[in-house]
Design a protein around this ligand. Structure first.
Ligand code: SF4
Length: 617
């Protein structure tokens, strides 16, 4: 069933008052992929009366008041993506489209949605039930943080929203504990995964530099962030306190991740896998095209990419569902109306982390002095792709499933480190689980930049590329790799982008077209580097391209169709840290290597291909 979103639906359930009302910046889609739906269903399953108000109109009280006032708390989330990232491009322009809004037009979610919705509640309900913030926006902005869009260090979003609590990370269990405590009138201040404001510091907690210090002193900001980041493993983390104006932010230690059995429980709940009927007249929610028939196999990621905040939100420990639970869900998908035989994704934050974990981490917590994958795969990890191979084989046998695609990213360094099962896994994926192309995320080619990104070196990429080509040829398939690349990451100069372009042409036979401009999202190491302009470990200064023209130009270097365009743009762009493209001999060489075919040549090639004589040219 859907959570009730209208007074009529509440009445039909025989409820006179709700215990919890959830507010979200997305349209309401009832799916295990949507955090607010999972939280609502968990509360519902535990016996609470839960309603939901998606994307309330802020120009009147009509939407926010329509379900009344909750007895226990308001739950507020900006949606599946931080509202600033959902609403603005990396260049600061307003995004037109929105995959999480019915109809696809980006006109429903306000910037800083969490703050906007908390204010909306307060303006219509005085002395109301506690306002509890959750979801990615609140989670990543829970302590003082650098905000790219206003170019300043902001306070915790708890303070700016004047809310009562933040439930950070994956709050499936914490939300149940909070609801029970509020219902029973118990103290909530010891709950793991909870932040709140207090007039006094909490004894025994570690004090991190205050918001004022962090906002004015980059060294203090760095210290604050690294201490925060070092206390994210529930086995070893201590509580943190941070002074913000006259009050203290209390950051309790994180909760344990869900066990395999608990994850199975979440996915066994009855989801509609549809948008709420009230959205029907507004149009389709595009995200459903991907998530309606997809399977989550696990949560968490130890990839440690410096520009990614998953570890701070979901944790560095991977929790995997049981094989039986995933297969059961797959069988359900196969019976649903509209299912055409294809599962669009079988994966998680990183597809090939399913089914194994580091024993040391499980016993004593993740290491604070090294990354699990960077600069090399940790010898203690012992990657094992067997559980994934077994799962994929069983999925293929389910009646009604023609294909189960692995669309989530694959960490190729992890795959290569599994000397016994890595190649069989890739062979399996190439033969049965990709549809024409496999997306991987090398992000760059230059070792210095890769180090800043926390990504594997180019040797692993070349080895994987060659292996992929060999296994694809062996399978007799016409499939190729596509690559996620990032421009303007801290440490990356124009010269590095030129080198990446040459590398892509030479080693990957690629003219990149899709390149992301680095966005300093809250709570990542890359954002720390962007803000402070230095390497947090060595303390050395880093080149950081901050001008919009320079950032755009880095991207243009990679995607420009010819050198002339790059040279002309380069003449006007900020050249700090880079060199002008047109003067680079290697670039000219690459261009010569791959001349564009004339229409006549193209016609001839087509004719030869048709007659099967292409190889005779
Ligand atoms: S021992 Fe290695 S794999 Fe395990 S937590 Fe530490 S760094 Fe990660």
């Amino acid at each position: 069933m859907f959570l009730p979103a209208t007074p009529e639906e509440v009445r039909k359930l025989g409820w006179t008052r709700l215990d919890v009302i959830l507010i979200t910046g997305d349209s309401y889609v009832d799916s295990p992929f949507i955090g607010v739906a999972v939280i609502g269903k968990r509360l519902l399953a535990a016996g609470y009366r839960v309603g939901i108000i998606p994307q309330p109109d802020r120009s009147s009280g009509k939407d926010i008041t329509r379900l009344g006032e909750p007895a226990l708390f308001w739950g507020v989330t900006g949606g599946c993506i931080d509202s600033l990232i959902a609403n603005r491009t990396a260049s600061g322009k307003r995004r037109q489209g929105d995959d999480f809004t019915a109809g696809g037009i980006n006109n429903r979610r306000p910037d800083r949605a969490v703050i906007a919705y908390a204010n909306l509640i307060r303006s219509h309900f005085k002395e109301t039930a506690p306002i509890v913030l959750g979801g990615i926006e609140a989670s990543l902005r829970r302590i003082a943080h650098y905000d790219f869009w206003s170019n300043r260090v902001r306070r915790s979003i708890l303070m700016d929203a004047k809310a009562d609590f933040i439930l950070y990370g994956m709050a499936d269990n914490t939300v149940l504990e909070l609801a029970a405590s509020l219902r029973d009138g118990r103290d909530v201040s010891e709950l793991r995964g909870l932040c709140y404001a207090a007039t006094r510091p909490k004894p025994g907690f570690i004090e991190i530099p205050s918001w004022e210090e962090a906002a004015t002193n980059p060294a203090a900001f760095e210290k604050m962030f690294l201490t925060f980041q070092g206390h994210q493993d529930f086995r070893t983390a201590q509580g943190l306190i941070q002074k913000q104006d006259t009050r203290w932010l209390i950051h309790n230690p994180p909760p344990p991740p869900l066990s395999s059995a608990q994850l199975d429980e979440v996915h066994a709940m009855d989801f509609e896998r549809e948008a709420h009927p009230s959205h029907r007249r507004e149009g389709e929610v595009r995200a459903l095209q991907t998530i309606r028939f997809s399977l989550t196999t696990h949560r968490g990621c130890y990839g440690g990419c410096h520009f990614c905040a998953i570890a701070v939100h979901e944790g560095r420990q991977v929790s995997s569902r049981s094989e039986e639970s995933i297969l059961r869900e797959a069988r359900t998908l196969a019976t649903l109306t509209g299912f055409k035989g294809r599962i669009h994704d079988v994966g998680g934050p990183t597809a090939n982390m399913y089914g194994f974990e580091c024993r040391k981490k499980l016993l004593t917590g993740a290491c604070s002095d090294r990354s699990c994958l960077h600069p090399d795969v940790c010898p203690n990890l012992h990657p094992d792709h067997r559980p994934q191979i077994a799962l994929l084989r069983k999925l293929r046998e389910i009646p009604g499933i023609r294909q189960a695609i692995v669309a989530s990213g694959i960490r190729y360094d992890l795959l290569l480190a599994d000397r016994k099962q890595g190649i069989p896994y890739l062979r399996e994926v190439i033969r049965h689980h990709i549809s024409g192309q496999m997306k991987i995320a090398p992000e760059h080619s230059e070792e210095r930049v890769l180090k800043c990104m926390g990504k594997p070196g180019r040797g692993a990429l070349i080895a994987f590329h060659d292996l992929f080509c060999r296994l694809t040829a062996e399978a007799g398939k016409d499939q190729y790799l596509t690559y996620y690349l990032i421009a303007a990451h801290p440490g990356c100069t124009q010269a590095d982008m030129e080198a990446l372009r040459r590398f892509a042409g030479r080693e990957l036979a690629l003219q990149p077209e899709q390149v992301q401009l680095f966005t300093p999202a809250p709570a990542t190491i890359s954002t720390l580097m962007y803000h402070t302009g230095r390497d947090p470990w060595s303390g050395k200064r880093l080149f950081v391209e901050k001008t919009q023209a320079g950032r755009e130009f880095q991207k243009k270097i990679l995607v420009a169709k010819n050198d002339r365009l790059r040279y002309e743009s380069g003449a006007t762009a900020n050249q700090k840290g880079g060199k002008i493209m047109g003067k680079d001999k290697d670039v000219k060489k690459d261009t010569k290597k791959k001349p564009t075919k004339s229409p006549k040549e193209k016609k001839e090639a087509k004719r030869l291909k048709k007659t099967g004589k292409a190889g005779e040219i």
